[in-house]
Design a protein around this ligand. Structure first.
Ligand SMILES: N[C@@H](CCC[C@H](N)C(=O)O)C(=O)O
Length: 279
């Protein structure tokens, strides 16, 4: 039987959204998700997102399969798309502009803003090596500016978890990075037991960073919300940027703040519906 879907994107990081509110079990298997995400033989997307019933007092649950069928803990651009999708599903019965969403990374709270964007309380970054997880060791158990050998080169990396793992490295020129060549080697490096997303960051000034990303389970994408949050944290920890900055991605800008008051990360950006269909 055909399943209804809506395609969305957050800065070109694109997702197939499915109304799964009648069950806690996703209507697609990971294998089917791979086929749906295929850009030649399917609909084409970086992942499939399911809007499921809430758990433990939350409004809804989000689950996501990457385009390779693996299941990440969280997706920053995806949760903005989910928030807009939920407003469309609720229609005139909608009573709120803020949702508490159960995810594998904890409760995440997106809120629609007056200018049509979505601001997300992404929670607190996790910095301990065991929380990333990574086996890279350092004196205080945080991985900040530590050397890592990848593709016959030593990279200084900082590791941050936003529920999902991120490895950040600062470079002179993001455009010069051979993402396709080295991204997979970071992703599957033995120091990351759950693999990793990798962000290459060029600091333009203390409030403006350029980023390119190789995503775990999806490869090169035009944007990564959790990656932008993790990169701002890495920038602050390395003394390279302020606690609020614009992160410029190939698909567009995200505004990221790491609050000194509550230690939480706030991400603001767009989410656009592309089309609906049945498949
Ligand atoms: N693009 C997403 C992250 C999606 C999950 C990631 N590929 C992983 O496996 O951790 C974002 O916007 O955060």
């Amino acid at each position: 039987m055909a399943i209804e879907f809506t395609k969305y994107h957050g800065l070109g990081n694109d997702f197939i959204l499915i109304d799964n509110r009648s069950s806690l079990t996703p209507v697609l298997t990971p294998e089917k998700a791979v086929q749906w995400c295929d850009r030649h033989f399917g609909i084409g997307a970086d992942g499939v997102i399911f809007a499921l019933p809430g758990q433990n007092g939350t409004d809804y649950t989000m689950r996501i399969f990457n385009s390779d069928g693996s299941e990440p803990e969280m997706c920053g651009n995806g949760i903005r798309c989910l928030a807009v999708f939920l407003t469309e599903l609720e229609g005139i019965s909608r009573t709120k502009d803020k949702y508490h969403i159960h995810t594998l990374a904890g409760v995440i709270t997106p809120q629609l803003t007056d200018d049509g964007q979505v601001k997300v309380d992404m929670g607190e970054p996790r910095l301990l090596a065991g929380e990333i997880p990574t086996t890279i060791t350092s004196r205080d158990s945080q991985v900040i500016n530590q050397p890592l050998e990848v593709a016959e080169k030593t990279w200084d990396v900082t590791c941050v978890s936003m529920g999902n793992p991120h490895c950040i490295t600062f470079v002179e020129d993001v455009a010069a990075i051979n993402l396709e060549g080295i991204g997979p080697q970071f992703e599957s490096h033995p120091v990351f037991p759950k693999k990793t997303n990798t962000e290459f960051i060029q600091v333009v000034n203390r409030n403006y960073l350029k980023m390119r990303v190789w995503e775990r389970g999806a490869g090169i994408t035009l944007a990564c919300g959790t990656g932008a949050c993790a990169s701002l944290v890495a920038g602050v920890l390395n003394g390279k940027c302020d606690r609020t900055a614009i992160i410029e991605l190939p698909g567009g800008p995200l505004e990221i703040e790491w609050s000194a008051v509550d230690n939480r990360i706030y991400m603001t950006g767009t989410a656009e519906r592309v089309f609906t269909g049945k498949y």
